[in-house]
Design a protein around this ligand. Sequence first.
Ligand code: AMP
Length: 274
Amino acid sequence: MKVVRTIAELRAIERDRPRGARIGFVPTMGALHEGHVALMRAARADSDDVVASVFVNPAQFNDPSDLAKYPRQEARDAEMARAAGIDTLFVPAVEEMYPDDLATSLTIGGPALGFEGDYRPGHFNGVAIVCLKLFSIVLPTVAYFGQKDAQQVAVLRQLVRDTNLPLEVRVHPTIRAASGLALSSRNARLSPEEMTRALAIPRALMAGLAAHVRGADPVAVARPLLDGLDVEYLAIAHFHGEPTLVVAARAGITRLIDNVPLNHPALAGLPVAL
Ligand code: AMP
């Protein structure tokens, strides 16, 4: 695996590729876990050449302390990416992605509105600009994203459609700990007691899904299960028409999000019984 830090180095790799090579791409913010690794393995399985990126994107953080606290562990990330079969790991500095004279920004509506869009103002504009830039730099055939961030998947599908990018956005099911908690780089911030309380999230999603299956109201059934957490939203979102039970809640100061697409529940990776 090559670790490259500049766009020029990536362009040199691209020039040497055979024409028609299928390029898989997995963008991440690092602090890699088995969720990221699953995306990398999926990309490895269907691509000739696999690029992953590690870039903690300042543009998508609406909270400066969240950006400052974001875990960074490049050596460990590089080892995990190598073990997952990545060919090229792109680790740009902030100045490489956002030179001082950058004068373009993006505003994305549609699926970016509501939910995360309400609680993290500007977040999806930051996700959109960094992904558009990364797509232009990496030139992937397929880009892989996790169902864990369901609204982000919808936003990126919208971006790719609206800007006619010649790539496919593919979604991978949410990867969870044995406890049911969705893996997240932010879980490391949870105390053992907060971790226990956070397990209410997958339980609430399971209960909501079961309610949907029997024709009851998923939100009404799931809501009481979240009583020990500080809930920002629990609702049914319609991302490109797909009804998805979405939740954002805090355990202590740590903000967690999770979801289950009600008509495609396998994507949520929930255990059969919790
Ligand atoms: P991040 O590093 O948090 O920006 O995540 C990079 C990619 O990994 C995004 O497409 C996420 O949706 C995906 N991802 C993060 N956590 C999980 C998880 N538990 N299961 C599946 N995909 C995930």
